[in-house]
Design a protein. Sequence first.
Length: 439
Amino acid sequence: MSPELVGFVLLGVFFVAIFAGFPVAFTLICLSLAFGYWALGEMVFYLTVLQTIGLMKEEVLAAVPLFVFMGYLLEEGGLMERLFHAFRLLLGPVPGSLYVAVLLTATIFGIASGTVGATVAVAGIMAVPTMVRAGYSPRLSAGAITAGGTLGILIPPSVMLVVMGPVMGVSVADLYAASFGPGFMLAGIFIVWTVIRCLINPRLGPPLPPAERAGSLRVLAVELTLGMLPHAILTLVTLGPILAGMATPTEAAAVGVVGTIIMTALYGTLSWTQLKSAVILTAQQSSMVFILAVASNIFGAVFTRLGSATVMTETLIGLPLPPMGTLLVVMLLIFLLGWPFEWQAIVLVFVPLLQPTITALQFDPLWFATLIAVNLQTAFLSPPVAMSAYYLKAVAPDWTLTDIYWGMAEFMVLQVIGLLLLMLFPAIALWFPHWLYGP
C-alpha cells in the first residue's frame, strides 16, 4: 500500500472512531502513531517530538487560558446580566426590544468571552424568563439567544482567533482587526431582522409593559453607565494595545484578567466560590484546547509526510471549477465538518489540510481565515447537531427542541447570507486591517 493511501486510510479510520464516540485528541495521537509507524517506521516518533516542541514555542497560545479565564470571570461575576438589564430598560418601548437587548448584550459581551456554550447558557438564564412573561415567540427568542451567543467566537478577542492565527500563519492582531467587520455586520443583520419581524407581526415581540421600563432618565443613565462601563474599560485595555501594536495578545490578556478581577470586586458580584468555579472551568477548557493542539500537530505532520496532503491539494485544485467555485467547495466542507466536530478540531486538524489549496489559488490568507471564522459560527446553528440548541435547552427546559431548531435555522440562513456577502465583498473584512496597518 502506498504511503498516500495509508494517509487516507488513517483519515477514514479517524472519522469512524469519532462517530463511534472516541475522544478526538487521544484518537488522533494513537492513530497517528500507529499508522505513522506502519508507513514511516521510527521517524514518526521524531516527528511527534519535534511537533510538540514547536507548539510549545508558540508564545501567543499562552493568551488562550487568560482570555478564557476573563470570559468566565465576567460570566460568573454577573456583569452580563447587568448589561442586559440596562438594554432592557433602554429599549422597553420598542417592538421586539428583548430580542434587540439580548443581541446587543451578546455582541458586547463577545468582546470579553469567546466561549459559545457558556454565553448561550448565561443569555438563556437571564433572558428566557423575561421573554416568556412578555409573551415573546419561543422560536424567534431561541434563534436570537443562540445566534447572539455564537458571536463570541467571531468578535475579538475570540479564543478561536488566537488559536487560528498561528495555525494559519496569520497575525492575531490582523485577524482581530479583520473580524470586526463581519462580526458587527452579522449582529446588525440579526437586529434588523428581528425588528422587521416584530413590526410586521407585533405579537412576536410586543413592547414591554410600563412597569418593566425605566422610571426616569436618571435611572436609565445610571443603569447604562454601570452596565457599559466594565465592558468599555476591558475593551480599551485588551483590544486597544493589541490593535495598536503596543502589546502582544498574551500581555493584553493578562491585563484584561487583572482588570476583570478589579471590576468584579468593585461591583461586589464575584464570590470566592464563583472565582474557584471560573478557575476550574478555565483549566478544563484550556487543557482540552492544548491537548487537541498537540494531537492535531502530530496528525498533520504524519498526514503531510505520507504525501496525502499533497494529493488532496492537487485534487481540489484540479477540479473543473473557477477559483471561487473551489473556495465554495472548501467552505461547504468546513460547514459540514461543523456538524459533528467542535471548532477546535476543525481549526487544528482540518484547516491545515485545506489551507494549501487556498494558498495555491492565491487567495488572501487573512480573508480566508475570516471566512472560516464566520463559517464555523454558522455551523453552531445548523440542525440537527448544533450544540447551541442543547446549551439553550438545558436552561430553558419548557421550550421544545423543535422550536429551538426552527429558530436557529432562521438565523442560520441569515449567517449564510452574511458569509456569501463576505465572499463577494472581501473589503468587509479587509478594510479595517488595511486602514490600521496599510495594504
